[in-house]
Design a protein around this ligand. Structure first.
Ligand SMILES: [Zn+2]
Ligand SMILES: [Zn+2]
Length: 337
């Protein structure tokens, strides 16, 4: 009798945890629409997550313009709760999820870095439906349990924060190095705050007084015109999100200096290649980073995340949310399913 009751309860739980249909924000061609579609079924090794909050990132705006030629459910920055899992211990856990889904069996995965797997899927970016939906599936390997001190809103920043912290794995930074961050968008503001933990000489150039003021409040030198400092920098981090950013980075880097390039956009960038060669500049591309390190960072350092949220729209208002996110004065726009 007891066994039967437990079975009924667990079936009941499953039905409660997973609706048959869900609302999702789909990119079709270059337009977005909110549709009711079947709730995805997790594949082997995957969990079904109920999305709690998601963030619109510059990459999402670029995807709408044609970057990666992606079609499907958008979104890769999120937090949620595990609704179904092959490992029952995960059920109900509050989690964030890494966005790269590598094959874990090829030579690139074993010898270089799984995030560069040639047959990888990338959540909401490449061959994998994203998180602007009520539910999403992800491999258990991708999940990280959120510490209780990290709020739902802060958790949405774990992915871009990991991308900012990835710079520390790629370059050695001396305490006295002068660092310039180009761009005061979502990623630029995160990068500047993250770099401030390793150098006292941190500068940021952007276009928006309100965003720059956020950094100035934290003791970061910020301006709308980097020329006013009339100096060059040991390290320039290009996070403008625009093709022109790399030209500026070359103008402001010292000979033998380094440029870390963070922007992804639809289209090509033009650079003065000879300037790069003659000045012996190291140009380093930089993508995703470790969620473990990002969560450690949130635990050990103070960083202003909640202040970066300008709006939080219901998922059904995704079009309005995207319009808002396109406004250059706005920092972060969230979606709540
Ligand atoms: Zn992103
Ligand atoms: Zn692989």
């Amino acid at each position: 009798m007891l066994t039967n009751k437990n079975e009924v309860d667990s079936v009941g739980m499953r039905q409660q945890n997973r609706k048959e249909a869900m609302k999702a924000v789909l990119l079709k061609g270059k337009s977005i629409c909110v549709e009711e579609i079947p709730t995805p079924a997790p594949a082997v090794g995957e969990a079904l997550l109920k999305v709690g909050k998601a963030g619109i990132c510059n990459t999402d705006l670029e995807l709408v313009k044609g970057y990666m030629e992606f079609e499907g459910i958008l979104g890769h920055e999120f937090m949620g709760r595990v609704a179904q899992s092959p490992d029952k211990d995960w059920i109900g856990k509050r989690v964030v999820g890494e966005i790269n889904i590598p094959c874990r069996s090829c030579a690139t995965c074993s010898d270089i870095d799984p995030k560069h797997c040639p047959s990888r899927k990338v959540l909401g970016i490449h061959r994998k439906d994203g998180v602007f939906a009520e539910y999403v599936t992800l491999p258990l390997d991708n999940l990280h349990v959120l510490p209780s001190m990290v709020s739902d809103r802060e958790a949405v920043f774990v992915e871009p924060l990991a991308a900012a912290i990835a710079i520390f794995d790629q370059i050695r930074l001396d305490r006295n190095d002068e660092v310039l961050v180009l761009g005061d968008g979502k990623l630029g503001l995160l990068v500047a705050q993250v770099m401030q933990t390793r150098t006292t000489k941190i500068f940021c150039a952007g276009h928006h007084p309100r965003k720059l003021a956020l950094l100035q409040k934290r003791g970061i030198q910020a301006t709308q015109d980097a020329q006013e400092w009339s100096k060059k920098f040991d390290l320039v981090i290009e996070a403008t999100g625009a093709s022109k950013g790399i030209e500026d980075a070359l103008r402001f880097v010292k000979p033998k200096g380094k440029i870390v390039a963070k922007s992804t956009f639809h289209g090509m960038a033009k650079i003065d290649f000879s300037a790069l060669v003659v000045n012996e500049i190291q140009l380093i591309g930089s993508r995703c980073g470790s969620f473990v390190k990002a969560l450690e960072f949130l635990n050990n350092e103070s960083i202003q995340l909640e202040e970066m949220v300008d709006a939080d729209f219901p998922l059904t208002d995704a079009k309005k949310a995207f319009d808002r996110a396109e406004d250059p004065e706005v920092i972060k726009v969230l979606l709540t399913p």
